[in-house]
Design a protein around this ligand. Structure first.
Ligand SMILES: Cc1cc2nc3c(=O)[nH]c(=O)nc-3n(C[C@H](O)[C@H](O)[C@H](O)COP(=O)(O)OP(=O)(O)OC[C@H]3O[C@@H](n4cnc5c(N)ncnc54)[C@H](O)[C@@H]3O)c2cc1C
Length: 257
């Protein structure tokens, strides 16, 4: 179904939340087993826009990963953190389909994008739930009764850097880290632990206090939890976290992009 407004899309969704799916690029949805009797296509709602408004970078839910990689409004900000984070995801054709909305709403543990967004001042705008900080959204369970309308990132000029390790170039990340800095205040995010990306307050505190990238890496390795799956064991991930956070913090400090 092709609603002409968000209100209409919401009305269609609320009629039968259980059997209705809001569509992103369908790259993930089509691989799943969820039974869907009604699909809501958001493409007529103008949500594929990237705007800089009132000090915020606003990314509509239907913005594709490829737009994040190529749009100058995104690539010229935060040292191209977002463009770099998505550039390893599968391939260009795939990134032309997969959307920001589908990626953020799904809160995948392996998500490069949410790991990067978490290191910025990011909020998620939901049709029913209103505007919530990404950190809060990431900690909440997935319910299919709302529509992600856009993601807002404070256009505060922070420096940032992204690091990930993959077993092969287009695989899911084995571990990912994003670091940003504004006026001496740092944010450190670690993703693909393999659980959802989380901020490491202790790693950020190390950097705030001038203890350096190595101390920050060790702090992120010890503060956060790491798990095992077919890509890596928990111990290896913990070691990777120390290395990737250190490297990202060094890049941020040196301005070496
Ligand atoms: C083979 C493969 C490899 C991948 N590798 C990586 C990787 O290495 N790194 C990485 O970060 N990601 C990876 N991804 C995930 C990918 O980047 C996207 O996040 C994923 O495809 C979801 O985006 P989509 O637009 O396809 O959403 P869809 O598949 O259309 O939807 C996914 C879910 O989100 C819901 N949804 C979509 N849009 C909205 C909205 N606006 N409001 C509410 N709900 C919504 C849908 O109902 C559905 O439940 C991979 C995916 C696949 C299939």
């Amino acid at each position: 179904m092709f609603p002409e407004s968000l209100a209409e899309a919401d009305e269609l969704l609320q009629r039968d939340v259980r059997n209705t799916a809001v569509l992103g690029g369908c790259c993930w949805l089509k691989l799943g087993r969820r039974r869907i009797s009604r699909a809501i296509d958001l493409t007529r709602l103008g949500l594929n826009q990237i705007e800089v408004k009132d000090g915020w970078l606003e990314l509509g839910a239907c913005v594709t990963l490829r737009q994040l990689e190529t749009d100058p409004a995104v690539t010229s900000r935060f040292d191209n953190l977002l463009g770099q984070a998505v550039s390893h995801i599968v391939g260009v054709q795939f990134r032309n389909c997969a959307t920001l909305g589908g990626s953020v709403f799904s809160r995948f543990g392996f998500s490069d994008l949410t790991c990067a967004l978490l290191a910025l001042e990011t909020t998620v705008v939901l049709y029913r739930g209103g505007e919530v900080p990404l950190e809060e959204f990431m900690a909440s369970p997935i319910a299919f009764d709302d529509i992600l309308v856009k993601v807002r990132v404070k256009d505060d000029g922070r420096r940032a850097a992204y690091e990930s390790v993959r077993r092969s170039s287009t695989d899911f990340p084995t571990l990912a880290a994003a670091v940003s800095c504004l006026e001496g205040k740092w944010k450190v995010s670690v993703g693909a632990r393999p659980a959802r990306a989380m901020l490491s307050a202790q790693a950020a505190a190390c950097l705030d206090q001038g203890q350096g990238p190595e101390a920050a890496g060790e702090a992120a390795a010890h503060e956060l939890t790491y798990g095992s799956d077919l890509r890596a064991g928990a111990d290896y991930r913990r070691k990777l976290a120390a290395v990737l956070v250190r490297r990202a913090a060094q890049t941020c400090m040196e301005g070496n992009r």
